[in-house]
Design a protein around this ligand. Structure first.
Ligand code: CA
Length: 229
């Protein structure tokens, strides 16, 4: 799997290159759009990661040029969430985007997901590993540890408590009050948004393991449940 990275900030590029290569991808870095166009003319790539703010040509225009006459999945690096509609919409039609600052590992996961979705190749260690993920959660109540798809989760005390409560009865809806009661007990410093805030950070940690999975379900006005599939 050959990945093209176009990013004019060397510090960002270095961490991204490191994460991609750690996943078994071959990654080529260009500092400018002009350099990128010369690279793709030389040899084909399976996916491109493009910074939007480049010195010589805008990332969107570069995307159009790179895709002229070829099928190339693209992930954008963007400074603002606000651009998401344009990036993923008809106008640009990118496959995904990440907002700076981002975790290089998360980006590498997105690359894997987009490649899999695009049906590119069967080789590459990263792609093969992702195509056959270990299912669901594994809970070790004595060690207070939870693994997700084979990976140990690094959870705070309350994130662990929430996930453990939901895992007790997969599929059952637990209200915010029930979760508050079980996880926070009689803690006085917790407010209305406490459960939602921790659900949010928990979801982010699960997405780091599998960008496509969203096993925690929100039931409007009722509470939350968990799919352990
Ligand atoms: Ca830039």
């Amino acid at each position: 799997m050959r990945i093209l990275l176009v990013e004019d900030e060397s510090a960002i590029a270095d961490t991204v290159l490191y994460a991609l290569r750690a996943e078994g991808f071959e990654a080529v870095h260009c500092l400018t759009g002009g350099e990128a166009l010369r690279e793709v003319a030389r040899a084909p790539f399976d996916l491109a990661v493009l910074d939007i703010g480049l010195p010589d040509i805008g990332g969107f225009a570069l995307c159009r040029e790179l895709r002229r006459g070829r099928d190339l999945p693209v992930i954008f690096l963007t400074a603002q969430n606000a651009e998401a509609d344009r990036i993923l919409g008809l106008e640009i039609g990118a496959d995904d985007y990440v907002t700076k600052p981002f975790s290089p590992r998360e980006l590498a996961t997105r690359v894997r997901v987009v490649l899999r979705r695009a049906g590119v190749g069967n080789g590459g260690a990263g792609v093969a590993a992702a195509a056959d993920p270990e299912p669901g959660f594994a809970h070790d109540p004595e060690g207070k540890r939870i693994r997700y798809r084979g990976q140990a989760l690094d959870l705070t005390r309350y994130e662990y408590g929430l996930l453990a409560a939901l895992l007790q009865r997969p599929g059952a809806v637990l209200s915010r009050a029930q979760l508050m009661d079980r996880v926070w007990g009689d803690a006085l410093d917790s407010g209305d948004r406490t459960v939602d805030t921790h659900i949010k950070t928990l979801r982010a940690k699960l997405r780091e393991v599998d960008a496509e999975a969203d096993p925690i379900r929100t039931h409007r006005g009722l509470g939350y449940s968990l799919d352990n599939g």
